[in-house]
Design a protein around this ligand. Structure first.
Ligand SMILES: [Zn+2]
Length: 644
């Protein structure tokens, strides 16, 4: 809802509002009570005819405005007495007089008068305000009379979990047409707002609209929809337009920057609003720099069009069931600044000191993606492409995780156990979690087996480092890594995912963990972490997997690693390539079903064996001559190479 405080959305006529897609406006009872006053609305039969707007109007109750005038008002059980900023007259606003004024305005959606307090208010003060708000809510319902307009209640309780839950539980028992979350966006942090929004929506009935008052920026709206909110009002689109700031499909733009002085292209080539169709960035830059009213207006049109398009896309994604994927894309896209014209030209990578923690630092590639680098070894985790892309390609897609999560029969409740060896910055684990969440959204929890994800890691510095710089690692913008770091364990609310951390040396925990169906084997390379690539470790793994069939996926494709896997009893195949690597490696505990069709991975054959015989790296390090001979015999005799 665009905000039409004084029965006008600043700078916009009703034709413009309709053209950008506005369906309902918000008007302020408090301001309209003072000027022009209820008699004017009664004379015109309401706000629709008065301002020539034939679509719905929501009116707030005035509670928020009175909250912002601490000097000039006195509150009591009956209501609030305050002095008009227009003519100095004393006014009295009660639940009944607020409803009376909203009826005079001809509102389609009325709000109850509430006592709005700072979100940081202490418990006792917040509790008293909540009880008063509840009593006023019941008085408002009685005052509504025979009005055909909808009436919404408002959940209060500041940042106190128990109060918020009690307020929601009480209001849902009253005959309201919708429920609002009030008293947020007034002093709390973004994280607190997200948390309390999710807490309250969990208690609200699902058949009534939920309205988060006074929120917000595009990312705030996306996060709130993700937590179950339906309706928003905010002055940001027009307010930021006045300062020359706009939202676009490639990030937030500040039109007053000189970089746009000669720019002939439209503000946003992906936008079809009248501003983007008709004007250049250079002209909008000039108008904004000169503080011309037209500049404010043209940018307001664009920003409102952006907001309404965002909401239309969100609705469409919800209807088609694609919202989780849409949310994951947009939570990254909506917080960007103009990427084509960065505000500060990036300094050469060498002169900028990279953020570090312990033995790890963040490294940014020339292609723009970030990875974690171990300083002592120089090894980079996921060095060849963006970490989440590589994690998806190599581990999630190649292992067919989405398919394997599906129950094989209605009784199939066997969890799918996935080992994540080498948690690192949690790229592989989060790729598995995101995949499961997509399946949950598309197929529903009843169709899925639970995912048991076990991560092995001795050093949590890479994850702490990446999490502290989450703007470089969008896959970490999720509650799961936070839970894992704090408690060593995180579970999805539906029970569909259980993720835990086995901290310490992999070789100490190996036999203690539940046997895996899939192993994402991603420790540092054999050069840095020799022990983890030895035949005896793979043999222990192979034994621990029995008797269930298991598969191991790893980025390594060297002859020595493949020979070690064969020696341990695995059947070894070529995996998909990634970046400059032509192939990776997949190892199976059993050969049944392999090479059955062209789609299954190709087991290493006679040509690989011939290469192995010629190789300088045939054997693991430190084998005696006798051991080497025994090793060679067992490779040559592996059933994988037996003639068919
Ligand atoms: Zn536009």
């Amino acid at each position: 809802m665009p905000v039409g405080t004084q029965a006008t959305v600043k700078n916009m006529n009703v034709e413009g509002l309709k053209a950008v897609g506005a369906q309902v406006l918000l008007a302020n009872t408090y301001h309209l009570l003072l000027r022009p006053g209820p008699d004017v609305f009664r004379k015109f039969g309401g706000i629709h005819r008065f301002m020539n707007w034939d679509r719905p109007v929501l009116t707030d109750s005035g509670g928020f405005q009175i909250f912002s005038l601490p000097e000039d008002r006195t509150m009591s059980e009956a209501g609030a007495r305050f002095r008009s900023y227009v003519d100095g007259q004393l006014h009295f606003l009660s639940p009944e007089s607020s409803i009376e004024m909203q009826r005079a305005i001809g509102s389609d959606i009325m709000m109850v008068l509430d006592q709005c307090i700072a979100s940081t208010a202490p418990q006792a003060e917040a509790e008293a305000a909540m009880h008063l708000t509840h009593r006023w809510a019941e008085r408002s319902l009685r005052a509504r009379g025979d009005s055909p307009a909808a009436l919404f209640g408002i959940v209060q309780g500041a940042c106190h979990r128990d109060l918020r839950l009690r307020s929601a539980a009480h209001l849902r028992t009253l005959p309201f047409d919708g429920l609002a979350i009030g008293g947020l966006a007034v002093g709390e942090t973004d994280q607190q707002r997200y948390e309390f929004t999710g807490l309250v929506t969990g208690e609200l009935p699902s058949h009534l609209p939920r309205y988060l008052m006074g929120v917000g920026t595009p990312i705030d709206i996306l996060e709130a929809v993700h937590r179950g909110v339906d309706m928003f009002d905010c002055i940001i689109p027009t307010q930021l337009a006045q300062r020359g700031t706009v939202f676009s499909s490639h990030g937030r733009l500040h039109c007053r920057r000189t970089v746009y002085k000669f720019a002939e292209e439209p503000l946003d080539a992906a936008c079809d609003c009248s501003t983007c169709r008709q004007y250049s960035r250079a002209y909008l830059h000039h108008l904004s720099k000169s503080d011309e009213v037209l500049g404010w207006q043209l940018l307001s049109i664009h920003n409102l069009a952006f907001y309404h398009r965002l909401m239309a896309e969100i609705r469409a994604a919800i209807v088609t069931g694609d919202f989780p994927a849409y949310y994951e894309r947009q939570r990254v896209a909506l917080v960007r600044d103009d990427e084509a014209n960065p505000a500060v030209p990036p300094a050469p990578a060498r002169t900028r000191s990279a953020p570090r923690r312990g033995d790890y630092e963040i490294q940014t590639s020339p292609q723009g993606f970030s990875s974690i680098r171990q300083i002592s070894s120089g090894e980079v985790m996921h060095s060849v492409s963006a970490p989440e892309d590589e994690a998806n390609r190599l581990y999630v897609e190649q292992s067919g995780l989405a398919r394997r999560l599906r129950r094989r029969s209605p009784e199939d409740e066997q969890p799918l156990v996935v080992w994540d060896v080498g948690l690192g910055a949690a790229s592989n684990a989060m790729a598995a979690i995101h995949c499961t969440e997509r399946e949950l959204a598309s197929a529903g929890p009843a169709a899925l087996r639970p995912l048991h994800l076990v991560s092995f890691e001795r050093d949590l510095d890479p994850l702490h480092l990446a999490k502290r710089h989450a703007s470089h690692f969008p896959h970490l913008r999720h509650g799961a890594p936070h839970g894992l770091l704090n408690k060593g364990r995180w579970g999805h609310a539906s029970g569909a995912i259980d993720w835990w951390l086995l901290r310490g040396d992999f070789l100490e925990h190996l036999e203690a963990a539940p046997p895996p169906d899939l192993i994402f084997y991603d420790p540092f390379s054999s050069k840095t972490d020799t022990a983890l690539w030895q035949p005896d470790v793979f043999a222990r793994l192979h034994r621990h997997c029995q008797p269930r069939p298991a598969e191991l996926y790893t980025y390594a494709a060297g002859t020595g690693v493949r020979a070690a896997l064969l020696l341990a009893g695995f059947f070894v195949a070529e995996g998909v390539g990634t970046g400059p690597k032509a192939t990776t490696t997949v190892a199976y505990t059993r050969s049944e079903g392999l090479n059955g069709d062209s789609a299954s991975p190709k087991l290493l054959g006679a040509d690989w064996l011939a290469r192995w015989r010629r190789s300088d790296a045939k054997y693991p390090a430190d084998l005696s001559e006798a051991q080497q001979a025994a090793f060679a015999l067992r490779i040559e005799a592996h059933p994988q190479f037996a003639p068919r």
